[in-house]
Design a protein around this ligand. Structure first.
Ligand code: 5CU
Length: 366
């Protein structure tokens, strides 16, 4: 029997829908879009560390950030069959509390409609109205079940403002578990600028993106583990951006520090029933394959399992610096890492490229 071609699925790919772009253009503090004379070209400024008077202020922003046809073009260029799109950072974290419900409804409906223009090719992770408070968030989670193309939600690391170990988040995690909506956890805030030192502006975006983002994710998930979130909400499913930051590499150290902590022992937190970091990695966590090297990807696969890693691109971020047309080196590097780590043509490679995402995100049902 002829083998059916297995689809390639990109689970880490962003959009700023047109209404969000309009909002960004109306703002003058982060996040915002504007030009900086004498140049007339627009720049998108989103990261706390990049709002500086230098060439590292923001990034050029073109139609690839908001035009859904450009997403499809990019997918075709890179042989991607299906994309699970998500609003890019910083989502709706900054929206005033009384506007959050309406903003999330609007963005989620708009993204769902964009997916409907290309049935079978686009699905999405929704955005939560985090600043609106628990009731508003839980109501939106219930509404998401009625949006045809939604397959989970994207979340930053601040939660309701106090981090993901905040007990007030438990009903929200419970609602997501009950609705079978996985969390795509994505960094934005990095580490405090003081960590990067006086010459940080000389180094462009490298420090916050290469180190700040992955550490932010690692810290957020470690705090959830320490707070016992995965014992309280045992079937919560999370997909971690950037192969879990540094979590696969540091899991052993984190686990050892937990096991040797007298304070945790005295508080009765080391007893039977505790899920270890390894348990959480294998039962609650999926990892994207956006790590740009075979070494990092092998750590991710060893930590969570080859059935728990999923291809991603981070489009429209990391385009080639010179306008070249054609394929993006950032995407090709991730393809190469998957091939190198799992073997070209193997069933494990096919699973990482798309099979795992099809199964976990239920992408067969349109
Ligand atoms: O290049 C960047 O700043 C980013 C970003 O902000 N978010 C993201 O997902 N990837 C890259």
């Amino acid at each position: 029997m002829a083998e059916t071609k297995s689809p390639i699925v990109d689970i880490h790919t962003h959009v700023y829908p047109p209404s969000y772009i309009a909002l960004l253009k109306s703002r003058s503090s982060i996040p915002y879009i504007r030009s900086f004379p004498p140049s007339s070209s627009l720049r998108l400024v989103i990261l706390p560390a990049e709002d500086t008077e230098s060439t590292s202020r923001g990034r050029p922003v073109g139609s690839e950030y908001y035009d859904i046809n450009k997403k499809i073009e990019f997918m075709d260029t890179h042989s991607i069959d299906i994309s699970v799109i998500s609003l890019a950072n910083p989502w709706l974290d900054w929206v005033p509390a009384d506007e959050a419900a309406k903003a999330a409804e609007g963005i989620n409906d708009e993204v769902n409609e964009e997916c409907g223009k290309f049935p079978g090719r686009l699905f999405a992770f929704a955005t939560l109205p985090l600043s609106g408070g628990k009731d508003v968030i839980v109501k939106e989670i219930a509404r998401l079940k009625k949006l045809k193309y939604m397959r989970g939600i994207i979340l930053g690391t601040t939660g309701l403002g106090k981090g993901l170990d905040d007990p007030e988040l438990l009903p929200i995690f419970q609602a997501l578990q009950d609705a079978k909506l996985p969390i795509f956890l994505h960094p934005h805030y990095g580490l405090p600028s003081s960590v990067w030192g006086e010459r940080a502006n000389d180094y462009g975006h490298v420090l916050p993106l290469a180190l700040g983002f992955p550490l932010e994710t690692t810290i957020a998930v470690t705090k959830m583990i320490l707070a016992g979130v995965f014992e309280t909400v045992p079937d919560l499913q999370m997909i971690l951006a950037h192969s879990g930051g540094t979590l696969p590499f540091l899991a052993g150290r984190i686990e050892s520090c937990i096991e040797h902590d007298a304070h945790l022992k005295a508080a009765g937190k080391l007893g039977k029933g505790r899920k270890t970091v390894w348990d959480v990695l294998k039962k609650n966590i999926y990892l994207d394959a956006v790590v740009y090297s075979e070494v990092g990807l092998k750590a991710a696969i060893q930590a969570s399992g080859e059935d728990r890693v999923m291809f991603g691109t981070d489009h429209p971020f990391f385009p080639p610096l010179e306008e070249e047309g054609g394929k993006w080196a950032s995407v090709e590097t991730n393809y190469e890492a998957i091939k190198g780590a799992l073997g070209g043509g193997s069933k494990e490679e096919r699973a990482a490229l798309g099979g795992n995402a099809m199964r976990v995100l239920n992408l067969d049902s349109k």
